[in-house]
Design a protein around this ligand. Structure first.
Ligand SMILES: [Mn+2]
Length: 461
């Protein structure tokens, strides 16, 4: 491959093959089975990751063990590849008020990172993070060269983080967190959905233009610029585990909204690693863990970037070793023993399996019926059993091609509604769909409000 920056965005398999081909054969292996990437003299090396979702559960199962293994891998990758700066593009935590164990995991990681050498960090808030929670320790972390950005400062010049420091910067990071409605538009009553969408998209583009303008001065002095973002780029591939970012999925921007001043745009929000809009310099690192069954077959990665001579000179994908596999098994009761035997895996932690039983035999508890079939396999753990097939809940047109169905979404009514629109709304225009989505959201808000105060007035439309 002549120039990795100009080449079409590689598939995961290609990206990995490229890394393997680039690595010296004699160096110490990484946990993933790969050797560290030799760093050219004078290069400034960045590791881009996002969407950790610390504190996340799958159903009721904790992912703490998997996160611990990922963070250990990340430290090792940073150390062995001589990374100069870590960039985390949002969704550090899964919720604005994360469990204490997750908060401890985060600070323990930063403490180890500090102990590992001179790696700086730029961490921005995603739509799942509480900006205030993330920024509370901002000053103490800044003294450790860890820059935490939860909210957008008033002046674009204050969005810029020169690394390793302002005296002799080798990279400037335009650190934009997830942009909230108030950062993007002035709400006016009576605006249509399309007007709101346009205002959001224009607001996002304007913020990146302002960042580019502020960074332009550094760029003119030969310092490369990396921008962060936590948003949706049109045409990129989502999965089931991202929460809708703006009302009704509005606010998706084109990859061309990032000015050329940015040598690289480190994105978060979508959980599949991918180049956005076919641009190799605009990238989602993806989540390091499969956060839902829809990501079960994804190869998870972090990205390594080298900046030299004022430009991005190389980028590589580093595969995150999966500590645990997620898998779905579907079949008639009598077929399941054989299918489950084939699904057993040898990862560090047992594979979590969701079993869909076609035409299930009458029983009080499907989980208890399936459990004995899973028990003989040490590498498997049953986390859900449910009925499938004709007449089952999936028959209403919501069953996906990959076998997932609406039960997956019971905790997310907006996703159920979106899938119903997809299944039954073929005659609807995009405007109609957006209006229906909006109306559904209003109704849900109204019902939630009614539960809190039963006298609330009904929505006016
Ligand atoms: Mn996320």
């Amino acid at each position: 491959m002549s120039d990795p920056l100009e080449a079409a965005p590689p598939s995961n398999a290609e990206a990995h093959a490229f890394v393997t081909a680039t690595l010296p054969a004699t160096a110490e292996p990484l946990a993933s089975g790969w050797s560290p990437l030799a760093k050219p003299v004078g290069a400034f090396r960045v590791l881009h990751t996002a969407d950790w979702h610390l504190g996340k559960c799958l159903l009721t199962r904790s992912r703490t063990d998997e996160h611990a293994r990922f963070l250990a891998f990340l430290l090792q990758a940073i150390r062995e590849n001589q990374v100069d700066a870590l960039v985390v593009a949002g969704d550090v935590f899964d919720s604005p008020n994360p469990p204490q164990a997750a908060v401890k995991q985060y600070y323990d990681f930063l403490s180890s990172l500090r102990g590992a050498g001179a790696c700086a960090a730029v961490i921005v808030a995603g739509n799942h993070d509480s900006p205030g929670h993330l920024e509370a320790p901002r000053e103490v972390l800044r003294s450790l060269s860890f820059h935490v950005i939860g909210t957008l400062a008033a002046q674009p010049a204050d969005w810029l983080v020169p690394l390793p420091g302002p005296a002799a910067p080798r990279l400037v990071v335009a650190a934009l967190p997830f942009l909230r409605d108030a950062d993007l538009r002035v709400g006016l009553s009576g605006q249509s959905v399309e007007e709101i969408r346009c205002a959001l998209v224009a607001g996002i583009a304007r913020r990146y233009q302002e960042a580019a303008q502020a960074a332009g001065e550094w760029r003119a002095r030969g310092v490369p610029v990396l921008a962060t973002g936590h948003l949706t780029v049109v045409g990129a591939t989502g999965s089931e585990s991202e929460r809708e970012i703006h009302i009704g999925g509005l606010g998706a921007v084109g990859a061309d909204c990032f000015p050329e001043v940015f040598d690289y745009v480190a994105l978060g929000h979508l959980h599949r690693p991918q180049a956005a809009g076919g641009k190799g310099r605009v990238r989602y690192a993806g989540s390091p863990l499969a956060l839902s069954f829809s990501e079960a077959d994804d190869v998870k990665e972090v990205r390594l970037l080298d900046f030299e001579g004022g430009a991005l000179t190389g980028q590589w994908s580093l595969c995150v070793p999966p500590a645990r596999r997620l898998t779905r098994v579907r079949g008639r009761h009598e077929e399941l023993a054989e299918k489950l035997a084939a699904a057993a895996s040898e990862n560090a932690l047992p594979c979590w399996v969701e079993v869909t039983v076609e035409a299930p035999p009458p029983c009080d508890n499907l989980f208890d019926l399936i459990l004995p079939l899973v028990a003989p396999h040490g590498g498997l753990e049953l986390i859900r059993a449910r009925p499938g097939g004709a007449g089952g809940p999936a028959a209403g047109g919501l069953g996906g091609e990959d076998g997932e169905d609406w039960l997956t979404h019971l905790d997310d009514p907006a996703a159920v509604f979106a899938r119903r629109l997809e299944a039954d709304g073929s005659g609807l225009s995009p405007d109609d769909r957006a209006a229906l989505t909006d109306a559904f959201r209003e109704l849900r808000e109204f019902h939630a409000e009614r539960r809190r105060s039963p006298d609330a007035a009904a929505p006016t439309r």
